[in-house]
Design a protein around this ligand. Structure first.
Ligand code: ZN
Ligand code: ZN
Length: 350
């Protein structure tokens, strides 16, 4: 079976793996990987600036797959919530790549996304840049209607969906999203879906225009040209936004994000920064801010997103800007890491 492996920062190779011959456990499925979305995590792994990353690694955690075979008494083990009608060989699924232990405090509280022993497919263990893969059946989220491209986008969207869930947005409230990269775009789509009035802040005019035109975001602020606080005050008639999402993963941006929420508001940190963030305590206390981290996504985010795409309430058409065959990843990938190429989502066809 063909696969692509990242041997070390900056170097992919084409490899050939033994075909899967092991007998599946009752809770496992063998799947054919058809689509692999590329995201910031993969780009960090390629650049070698993700300290916890180990090499070599087969990347790929945003997957659109087809079920080939289910282990043992698979249907019984799929549990009370499933299997969905028609779930079985030949069915298409999104994959929830967060492999959790099921026993720790977070898992016991229904938060497998932040499991103490979390292992992410394509990050901590080898992922989906290959033809076939064994995954736990409970990590498959089927759909009879979504395309394989759409199924591979579900995980990216789930990051934004979960962040919006964390904030508990109410209809009509002003929400600021800092950072118009893929994570920010997901947050914006679900904030709009929740009925919020979305403002996007970025320093890239092209990305801001994209948000306005393709995502129908009503308010955009270009931090490279505008005074951000003054612009926020003008849009919100002096109130400031009641929820602020940081989707930059940039330490300086995250620190300045503490300046933007309204009194009594909340700040949701979605992007991850490898370091410390400091803030002024009186400024934080005076406004009684709530800070929330948002990590990965929960299983019900996946089912909800699939239903929203099926109902045409989430539009996936703006997302995919670049495409390649699995064997071309070795040469194409470096290009996708360049800002001027304007990649929103590169999709690999395996
Ligand atoms: Zn991702
Ligand atoms: Zn756990």
């Amino acid at each position: 079976m063909k696969a692509i492996r990242l041997e070390e920062p900056g170097r992919f190779t084409r490899i050939s793996l033994e075909p899967v011959t092991a007998v599946l456990q009752p809770d496992e499925a063998l799947v054919r990987v058809h689509r692999i979305g590329v995201c910031g995590t993969d780009i960090h792994a390629f650049r070698g600036d993700q300290p916890f990353f180990t090499y070599p690694r087969i990347l790929g955690h945003e997957l659109g797959v087809e079920v080939l075979e289910l282990g043992g008494s698979a249907f019984a083990s799929y549990g009370a919530t499933g299997p969905a009608e028609g779930f079985g060989p030949g069915g298409y699924c999104a994959v929830e790549p967060y492999l959790n232990c099921g026993a720790c405090i977070a898992c016991r509280q229904g938060k497998p996304n932040c499991c103490v022993r979390l292992s992410v497919l394509g990050v901590h263990v080898d992922g989906g840049m290959r033809e076939t893969l064994i995954v736990p059946i409970r990590k498959l989220h089927p759909s009879k209607n979504l395309t394989l491209d759409q199924l591979a986008l579900v995980e990216t969207l789930a990051i934004g969906c979960h962040a919006v869930d964390r904030a508990g947005l109410e209809k009509g409230e002003f929400v600021l999203v800092i950072g118009a990269g893929p994570i920010g775009l997901g947050v914006m789509q679900f904030a709009i879906e929740a009925g919020a009035q979305v403002i996007v802040l970025d320093i890239n005019a092209q990305r801001l225009e994209f948000c306005r035109r393709r995502l129908n975001v009503p308010y955009v602020i270009d931090a490279s040209r505008e005074n951000v606080l003054a612009a926020l005050a003008e849009i919100t008639t002096g109130d400031l936004p009641t929820a602020v999402f940081d989707a930059t993963g940039n330490g300086r941006s995250m620190a300045s994000a503490f300046e933007y929420p309204a009194n009594g508001g909340r700040l949701i940190l979605v992007g991850l920064f490898q370091g410390e963030i400091t803030f002024n305590d009186p400024n934080f206390h005076r406004r009684e801010l709530t800070i929330l981290a948002s990590r990965n996504a929960r299983p019900d985010d996946f089912t909800r997103i699939i239903a929203l795409i099926e109902a045409k309430r989430i539009d996936t058409s703006p997302w995919i800007t670049h495409r390649a065959r699995l064997s071309d990843v070795v040469t194409e990938f470096a290009l996708w890491t360049k800002a001027e190429i304007g990649v929103i989502k590169a999709m690999i066809e395996a």
